[in-house]
Design a protein around this ligand. Sequence first.
Ligand code: BG6
Length: 491
Amino acid sequence: MSRFPKDFLWGGAISAHQAEGGFDEGGKGLTKSDVMTGGSVSSPRKETYIDKDGNRQYLIHQTGVRLPEGAHYAVFDDEYYPNHVAIDFYHRYREDIALFAEMGFKIFRMSIAWTRLFPTGEEETPNEAGIQFYKDVFNELHKYNIEPLVTLWHDDTPLALEEKYGGWSNRKLIELYDRYVNTCFREFKGLVKYWLPFNEVNNILMFLDMFGNVSSDKMYQDAYQELHHKFVATAHAVKAAHEIDPDNMVGCMICGVPFYPATCDPKDILNNYYMWEKGIFYSSNVLCKGTYPTFAKRLWKEHDVKVQMTEEDLKEIRENPVDMYTFSYYMSSNVTTHTNDDVVGGNCTSGVRNPYLEYSEWGWSTDPLGLRYFLEKIYGMYEKPIIIVENGLGAADVLNEDGTVHDDYRIDYCRKHIEEMANAIANGVDLRGYTPWGVIDLISAGSGEMKKRYGFIYVDRQQNGQGTLNRYRKDSFYWYKEVIASNGEKL
Ligand code: BG6
């Protein structure tokens, strides 16, 4: 008997801005990644803009940091922007979906680019070409019985809204997002039933704490306000999704990082617990239980934050919790109050090196047991069906002359994580699906590189935009196909 439920949703995940390309085709508007350069593990991505005096400028991309007064974002003709072409999913989705089908996918997580439907975010009616593109993609998936799982916002607010309103800390964004998501629920009714309103909604608080608590109180004020607006927008989305089609299931999407205390010093234990509260439970509680947790007051006080909210907001949040819990999982983080210079980064967080774990070239730990820990803890707290919507190993794969890619390290990583998923299910967790990240190589969100590859499918696109864009099956492709065919037994 299989350790996984018989209808377990095996699949893979991508996002629009990291895969589609076609950044100015089909009437699409610009988003932040369209004005971001490439970077690397040691040099950050930059945003390009024109300052108030008309000069070209570069701003280091960092959560909470805004353009100076009077400046506006710009695309420079002589600059390379990796997301403009990405892996050209926009033109090659049929070929890619055929490859996913060959692996036996049951589900495919992708995102809709808000700016394909509403180029500036403020149009009264949607752009037909954008609607048609996604209908074509969803129909192609259904041709192979692959269920789409759709993220409605994957870090891609229309740039025009960032410039005009300063982004999500402005309440105006709620109504514009409502218009966009309602359009999606209506237009794609019958084609999509799994929806995620916001990718890694919690990660803004983690980013602000990354590499020491150096962010200003104003940044926290904006971040908590932004989060509140996203909580309200999620509640609206849950309500509308259910009204438009009772089959719809809406999930929160949390950046899933289990925090460990680096020592048994009670200060570390308490500090670690507070990291869970701020990083994970604050957002999870509001979205799953429909209320702000008691510790919210302590968190706001830390940075003298006053979140503007109405009674109506709280009612909407209370009445419309999400149906399922989804999260990304790559690594755990090890935190301490003691002086320790051996600091390592990771997905939206940083901590001190854990001597029991191995680290990737990009400094992310590999911790399969951390996945089981997170699964069991979260299910125990919220008791909602779970889908792991991101997991994987970013590595610099090598394409051999015969078109093969031997990525045994990735197979090993995924095998160990799937083992722990089976263990969590045996311990009672209602885990329904697994969509490994960047199942086809794509542009790294953090570093803007092509070199940091997660895929089971190799894409011949190199760091500076060279390459044929041809697709190749890696060793992990054949391995994952067997995993799916055996429902997780043949690992
Ligand atoms: C998650 C994001 O934080 O991590 C993805 O949802 C991202 O968009 C993924 O790609 C991996 O991060 P990176 O920086 O390796 O691309």
